[in-house]
Design a protein around this ligand. Structure first.
Ligand code: SF4
Length: 266
């Protein structure tokens, strides 16, 4: 599956919920955001149907995101359903890690390959300030549980303000080197203003080689994170929505005035 700019689109990011147990300052306002009603959220069967169709059109890499995917009830069952789809070579999840201590082993047994875990600092107080409600011990326990469960590689998503030379980023980098983890530095993004940058240690944010589309938790296929374009599988049907999203994928990102990070999964 290639788009108009001859980019191979083989990566589907799936937001399974707009809810999260944390309130990170660069993602959500303290009071939270108006959440979707449960009846608007895609069922596991609908998510599996979209994924099967996307795989038949060339997707081989799938990532589960949120909000926080581990707050979605029955998430292990969804992983089992997706892992059963032939043609997915890479099944990953992005999580804040707080509930990984409980879920890492069942997720690995269900067929999840690997995880990206958010960690912007090793300073407990700063961690609680950034997440507003989180405790760093829980995230660190989650990282250890992911290791024990054999999820691999484990990548650490570290959001930076300006540069990976920042003291917190350097602390996280050292922590990763010591613990056999892969660090990725993600420049803070702003959907409204269109501020974004290339992920250091990853591929995100590099429009020239962008290979991804997104499925939002209420069933829209988004060709680009920094665009207002979205195609509803409920209105258009799965195949048509996927075709339109790839056919209209913009050359590069601009702004997104209709989504928040919590319902598009970053
Ligand atoms: S801004 Fe859009 S085109 Fe650019 S890398 Fe992100 S998703 Fe891809």
């Amino acid at each position: 599956m290639y788009d108009r700019f001859n980019r191979k689109i083989n990566y589907l990011r799936i937001s399974v919920t707009d809810r999260c147990n944390l309130r990170c300052t660069y993602c959500m306002p303290a009071e939270g955001i108006k959440m979707l009603h449960h009846s608007e959220i895609l069922s596991f069967d609908e998510i599996t149907e979209v994924t099967k169709m996307a795989v038949s059109m060339g997707v081989d890499k799938v990532r589960i995101t949120g909000g926080e995917p581990l707050v979605r009830k029955g998430i292990v069952d969804l992983i089992k359903m997706l892992a059963a789809i032939q043609g997915i070579n890479d099944l990953a999840m992005t999580t804040n890690g707080i509930f990984l201590n409980k879920f890492a082993k069942p997720l690995a047994e269900a067929g999840l390959h690997r995880v990206n875990i958010s960690l912007d600092t090793l300073d407990p107080e700063k961690y609680t300030n950034i997440t507003r409600v989180g405790k760093i011990e829980d995230a660190l326990r989650g990282i250890e549980a992911a290791k024990q469960a054999g999820l691999s590689p484990i990548k650490i998503n570290c959001v930076i303000t300006k540069s990976s030379d920042e003291p917190d980023a350097q602390m996280v980098k050292k922590f990763c080197e010591t613990n056999g983890l892969h660090v990725r530095f993600i420049p803070q993004m702003n959907l409204e203003t269109g501020d974004f940058g290339i992920v250091e240690g990853g591929e995100g944010g590099n429009c020239k080689i962008c290979n991804r589309i997104r499925l939002t938790s209420e069933g829209k296929i988004m060709p680009c994170l920094f665009s207002n374009l979205g195609y509803s599988i409920k209105e258009l049907g799965v195949k048509k929505a996927l075709e339109l999203a790839i056919g209209n994928k913009p050359r590069s990102g601009s702004v997104n005035h209709i989504n928040h990070f919590n319902n598009i999964g970053g």
